[in-house]
Design a protein around this ligand. Structure first.
Ligand code: PLP
Length: 460
């Protein structure tokens, strides 16, 4: 076992292929492939024409591919080299602070130019769009992590980038908006007056603060209306997005070789599923093929407990019912989660792959209340220096809980989590926490029950 604190790979050691979990899914592939994706209007399986109006063809091909390893194109690797391979750290100071026999390791994706894991797929989607001769992308963003990643990627490939940013974030959290504008992106506060859906929302409520669901609906409408000039980029949920993120977990496995250890527990925070999957799927591959028995744990917010409390059924991907319908764990597409600061985890649904793996018992999940996650984020910062993004604090809290369990049981286990983003643009959340202005939200049982009355009826 190494005495080092930091485990770094050279650029040459960066993975040359992503891991595609499709052939290893322990469920019927029909549950996660495009034939389980239904058109929001007809509720029949989507056609290639419908999909190609939204996504680049190469991206669509990846979703149905049964090749276990898919080559990372060289122009993408060239950009990945700006920050990849990212470091793996042994959290020795946190271990000491917790007085635990556990060994805690964290992979740090905050070293990307925009401070999170999101560019790992943004760069790929931009490359595919450029290759096809598309002019640019539309997308949505909440607090701006995904929007910044796509804005940067689009600039690298000289593509237009039109971001529908949830209005309340546009007004209250200007720094990521400025960052996106600095990359040359066009930012529209959502609801906007430039789409039919936005106009409809504004007519009903001129002061609507917006929501991620509304912003997705606007971005999808704008892509379809562009008649092929613009495609729609999604930063999570879909199979290819999860696959692009596996570069994170694949690097981590190599770094554990350097550390001379192998994890017993792998943890990721989870919103739509991309960070968790990118980190955890390569370890699941080892479980499936190499007889390892690593526990894989997803950490979600108590106020939006999609995996632990949601139903595994068909639902719309957005609030307005304009995006495709998929089989996933859902709290109901018109459930509006409480305004917790971990904006990236406030999504009613879940990646179909993650849902199927959870349903099949391959992964575990835990739902955590907001205050405990900020306390863990602060404890981590005080020991290790890095201030984790509000989303990431969920993984930090889950890792600390596992380490404390080791202490109570007198066992040493190897625990790892993905520190998928820093909080440099989210410090207002910590400010609220330090001022005592944050509170926990009860599990929203009644609201979820109500939202579940509005699931689409499908014949599959
Ligand atoms: C730092 C960070 N972590 C996690 C998430 C959750 O998304 P996903 O589950 O796709 O990783 C987000 C989403 O915006 C994010 O910004």
């Amino acid at each position: 076992m190494s005495e080092n604190t930091k485990f770094v790979l050279s650029e040459d050691e960066m993975p040359k292929e992503w891991y595609n979990i499709n052939p290893d899914m322990p469920v019927n592939p029909a549950e996660t492939a495009w034939n389980a994706v239904l058109h929001p209007g007809t509720k029949e399986p989507v056609t290639p024409e419908f999909l190609s109006a939204l996504f680049p063809m190469r991206f669509i091909g990846e979703a149905v591919s049964m090749d276990r390893w898919i080559e990372i194109p060289e122009p993408v690797r060239e950009i990945y080299r700006l920050w990849r391979p990212s470091p793996l750290y042994r959290a020795r100071r946190l271990e000491k602070a917790l007085d635990t026999p556990a060994h805690i390791y964290y992979k740090y994706e905050g070293v990307s130019p925009v401070g999170s894991h999101k560019p790992n797929t943004a760069v790929v989607q931009a490359f595919y769009a450029k290759e096809e001769g598309t002019l640019g992308f539309t997308t949505e963003t909440g607090a701006g992590q995904w929007g910044c990643a796509l804005a940067m990627a689009c600039k690298f490939f000289e593509l237009e980038c039109h971001v529908y940013m949830v209005k309340v974030s546009y007004e209250q959290k200007p720094y990521r908006r400025v960052m996106m504008q600095n990359y040359g992106a066009n930012i529209h506060p959502s609801p906007s007056d430039i789409t039919n859906f936005g106009q409809q929302i504004l007519a009903d409520d001129p002061n609507s603060p917006g929501s991620l669901g509304i912003a997705i609906s606007e971005a999808v409408e704008a892509a379809v209306a562009s008649q092929g000039k613009l495609k729609y980029a999604l930063g999570s949920v879909l199979g290819p997005v999860l696959m692009h993120q596996t570069v994170v977990g694949l690097e981590t496995i190599k770094q554990f070789d350097l550390a001379g250890e192998y994890p017993d527990v792998v943890i990721g925070c989870i919103g739509g599923g991309s960070n968790f999957s990118g980190f955890a799927f390569p370890f699941l591959h080892q479980n499936f093929t190499n007889n390892t028995e690593t526990r894989v744990l997803a950490a979600e917010p108590m106020s939006c407990p999609t995996l632990t409390k949601g139903e595994y059924t068909f639902d719309f991907g957005d609030s307005a019912g304009m995006a495709p319908i998929v089989k996933m764990h859902t709290l109901g597409h018109n459930f509006v989660p409480a305004g917790i600061h971990a904006g990236g985890l406030r999504y009613h649904g879940m990646a179909p792959h993650v849902s199927a793996l959870y349903d099949n018992g391959n992964i575990e999940a835990v739902a955590l209340p907001q205050l405990s996650t900020f306390a863990a984020g602060r404890q981590f910062a005080q020991a290790e220096g890095i201030v984790p993004a509000p989303e990431t604090t969920h993984a930090v809290k889950a890792a600390i809980d596992e380490a404390i369990k080791c202490k109570e049981e007198g066992t040493s286990r190897v625990i790892t989590f993905n520190l998928c983003g820093h909080a440099h643009f989210d410090l207002s959340a910590y400010d609220d926490y330090l001022q005592g202005a944050l509170h926990d939200h009860e599990y929203p049982e009644e609201e979820i029950k109500d939202a579940m009355q509005h699931l689409p009826e499908v014949s599959l």
